[in-house]
Write a protein that binds this ligand. Sequence first.
Ligand SMILES: Nc1ncnc2c1ncn2[C@@H]1O[C@H](COP(=O)(O)OP(=O)(O)OP(=O)(O)O)[C@@H](O)[C@H]1O
Length: 281
Amino acid sequence: MSDAVLRLDQVTVRRDGQDLLRDVNWVVNQGERWVLLGPNGAGKTTLLQIASSRLFPTSGTVHLLGERLGRVNLQELRYRVGAVSPVLTDRPPADERVLDAVVTAAWSVLGRGDEQYDDVDLKRATELLGQFGCRNLAARTFGTLSEGERKRVLIARALMTDPELLLLDEPASGLDLGAREALLRRLTRFAADPAAPVTVLVSHHVEEIPIGVTHALLLRRGQVLAAGPVGEVLVSERLSSCFGLPLEVSATAGRYAARLAAPGPRTRPPASAPVPAPAPA
Ligand SMILES: Nc1ncnc2c1ncn2[C@@H]1O[C@H](COP(=O)(O)OP(=O)(O)OP(=O)(O)O)[C@@H](O)[C@H]1O
């Protein structure tokens, strides 16, 4: 048993002779909001699959919500973890009513059938839609929503079971500026809510980190480069190592930005430098 919400000890995932994750140690505690950053292919989705109990490590141990993976009923455990991810979860059918797309999570189904929902379930689904600015969409069908609206509805769905851990896989990807900011505003409020579950958010971009994230983990080639309080991890030197680029990271009022570092001054040989003598013939 472990008190941590998520604990990985020396976790390695190997496929076809290649380590997708290598010797990963990571502890996520109550009250924390994590961001997981790294370049394409770093292993972020693989790590999220482990955190959601969809994938077992080749070696090492995983404790999720106090239970050790491999020694617990996975169905019950997965009910306690909410996820929004194209890899971990399927999307509701296009003709599904938005309210149904949220409430059906109570039965872990997609597509409302004959199952009965209590008023308390419908009330919760409506409140969650309201929390993510989608209450007015409740009677629409999922397929008619914009991508930004869909992402917010899917977060509401992931919260329907009152999970203890919420995993968000690139929630802002593919959104235009307005939709991204609308989503980040909601996630910022969510992060500040002490009743909200522990959250792990995966991103490629520091600009997509909501205010209130407390911790960051940097992954490169399947290995953890840094993990800890966000202010200590999201600094130019560490992000540059992670992405293999000279980056300048700035933080303003809790929002992060990164750009290529300005090149340093050019070093030219002094004008008086002697011209090298031609090599003897
Ligand atoms: N089943 C598999 N067999 C072999 N290699 C795999 C398998 N699954 C993933 N990989 C490889 O593992 C590496 C990590 O993949 P992963 O999807 O975890 O990275 P990621 O950080 O989420 O990438 P991205 O940002 O592009 O989504 C990639 O090089 C990928 O090609």
